[in-house]
Design a binder for this molecule. Sequence first.
Ligand code: EPU
Length: 442
Amino acid sequence: MKCAFLRSESVTKYVINGGNPLHGEVEISGAKNAAVAIIPAALMVDGTCRIENLPQISDVSTLLSILKEMGAVIRVVNKRTVDIDCTRIGTTRATFDTMRRIRASYYLIGALLGRFGSADVAMPGGCNFGGVRPIDQHIKGFNLMGAKVAVNGGVVSAEADGALRGTTIYLDVVSVGATINLMLGAALAEGMTYIENAAREPHIVDLANFLNSMGADIRGAGTNVIKIRGVKRMAGGFYSIIPDQIEAGTYMAAVAGAGGRVVIKDVIPKHLECISGKLREMGVTILDLEDSVIVQRSHPLVKTHIKTMPYPGFPTDMQPQISSVLCMADGTSTVTEGVWDNRFKYTDELMKMGSTIRVIGRTAIIEGVSALSGAQIKAGDLRAGAALVIAGLCARGETILEGVHYIERGYEKMVSKLSALGADIKSVYIPDEPAIAEKDAG
Ligand code: EPU
């Protein structure tokens, strides 16, 4: 299903000449999926929150502009730090068109419902991987906390009789989004909330740490039972976002594919273990230091088998990137998607570059080839875009990649970071060309 809206905009493409190994150091930015939860969470705080280490990506600027529309006072302190004051938010309605571009706008449901007992929020898009992205677990949780929730004309309307009430919520699927949304709702609810079968991703812990530093009482984040004692009010404070696990993993995969030796700086190596383990099986050398990892690939890659799972399993958000690398590994690898129904659309583009991939159900069977060749290809979502950049870096000849606005939603300055490592990659701007932009949902 294509949920496209037509817009006339300038088209940027990446032009990549593959074959250069990567050398040097790259600094990892703040975590996108933590930032997109923490910015809506700031709406619940009575006072000013200073948020540091924000990644400079379009999802962050979109969310900040949504809060501003709602009445927040936002002061940019420097390129990675903002002060957000939502004391005077005067509406529980967030139905701007921009909301439909990003998945995380649905965190405003939990934030508004938790603070005001009422929310009308535009539904995020949900067809970028080719499958549906339901929110039934979010709705179930809000219902259990005493809210009535209806979805009409693409808007989720939730209403509680006064404040939300703490309760026990068992999630039928391990959902990052539902865990975050319900944690937000519960932070200012009456009494105790227990979220069972909760997601354990690093950004869940980061959100809990943010809320606790503003005065919330949340324990157990990072385990599968999160316990939230509702507080009356959260006041302002300072918070610095954790490094992006997936951005770090993407550069690790790029070095694995292109070869070379790179120090990946400002990371939490523990968060990368699930990725490092698989890269080591493929013949990549990885050295963990205190807040960096050194990745070196000097030998041919070998096959492996991967299944994506909720954290601490291998992340689904690294599935396309690792598949790109496996296209050049010796032997037959399998990659099984264990989180989403369908996340293999990008393999059609990899096949245009000479890879041999068969997708059967939720598994991609990848026969390694000795080299990929440059081609004209198109990214259909954020991580697919990153995977195709990696393929371009490894391929012989020129790759022209379209759809790079997806990449810029979630990766800070990817072109300049890769260029600094020796990659031949340029962002080429073609003005005034009409484009079909698909809704994405990171
Ligand atoms: N699910 C349900 N019902 C729900 C919610 C989820 O059945 O109410 C299912 C989904 O269909 C899916 C699984 O549960 O099969 C996991 O979905 P989850 O809710 O965990 O995903 P999400 O919160 O919508 C976040 C990230 C995604 C990442 C997934 C899984 C954000 C903004 N997005 O999405 O990140 O793939 O968790 O880790 O945090 C990306 O960054 O590229 C990206 C897509």
